[in-house]
Design a protein around this ligand. Sequence first.
Ligand code: C6P
Length: 415
Amino acid sequence: MIDITLTPATFDVETVRADFPILSRKVRGRPLVYLDSANTTQKPEAVIRASDRFYRETNANIHRSTYRLSEEATTAYEGAREKVRRFLNAASTREVVFTRGTTEAINLLASSFGQAFVKAGDEVLITGMEHHSNIVPWQLLCERTGARLRVLPIDDRGDLVLEELDALLTERTRILGVVHVSNALGTVNPVKEIVARAHAKGVPVLVDAAQSLPHLGVDVADLGCDFLAFSGHKVYGPTGIGVLWGKEEWLEKLPPYQGGGDMIASVSFEKTTYAELPARLEAGTGNLAGGVALGTALDYVTTIGLARIAAHERALLAHATERLSEVPGLRIVGTAREKAGVVSFVLDDVHPHDVGTILDQEGICIRTGHHCAQPVMARYDLPATARASFGLYNTLEEVDALVDGLRKVREVFGA
Ligand code: C6P
């Protein structure tokens, strides 16, 4: 049963906003202006209700029991897996592995893929604009195995230096990890082209879709990638649930990540055999209500329409880029050829944390800091930036409120 409260023919942001209970609250006596959706998105009523209803009406452990309630819980959770499959345009639900989020998905892959395919002298290629969760798991793997981490650089605007890609894809490269949309710069990377070039050298590709899937959508068949990771909480779903998608022929070759319940076929002290995919890669009880509510979140986004969402967020980005450029002393960090709804900036020599603190007095939420992408900050010789990021519920007026808030920041600092 899907609880969709909205089926608009056209995109009406006020109708969308009415679906998000939190957006009607005040912060510090002012209307909440939430510009931190790259960090986590707010949740629509339908998602909140799906989680609530699971616990009220369906809660039981899945796959393990013969009674009716457990069957219903299993059907709901596996139904959510099918929704993920459809959303990604994947071939089979066997390819959809539930995890806690993008971070766990990449750790799973680095661990299992690494165990099967990476040894001393091999290379793992990533890019200079990865989030820490697509750096550190590979670094750990390299430390364990004696493999080498190599990095495709970024240019001054925030585009990948693709001219260097072919040279970095060597006969030693075992896998390439690339972020689809940078959380720190907003860059949309040409993932399809990157995948084609990696495949030409026989290298499989992991796409970190944490920031792209909620805003642009992803089609794994079209992208041609081998693995893809995303987080439920960035696509208007709950925290603690995410997905590693992988082509079945690859997942079949991966050893289990963790051992425990539900991932086995048989266990004895002499020998354990493993369950079929995807259970083999999902040890223990997962986030059942989270999975079900993630399915509802994907329904919600699909009902509104990814094309409409992307168009709305493009308009927000264009407006923000124009209006922020008018603020004296403000410099946007990340001016790539193609961007999604993220604007990083620095303002005079005011520390970004001070910018964030003063904006908070106005009820405006932005993220400040290194955005878990310290190598990106290092690339531009910055300790931190301020970052506004957009979701489907943001308005042009909220962008204007940000600009007014930034003028206040300048006043406070005597500019
Ligand atoms: N970025 C941000 O404010 P988790 O924490 O597992 O849900 O997602 C990790 C992650 C992986 N890749 C990218 C591109 C991301 O942006 C993130 C999370 C948040 O930018 C929190 S650091």
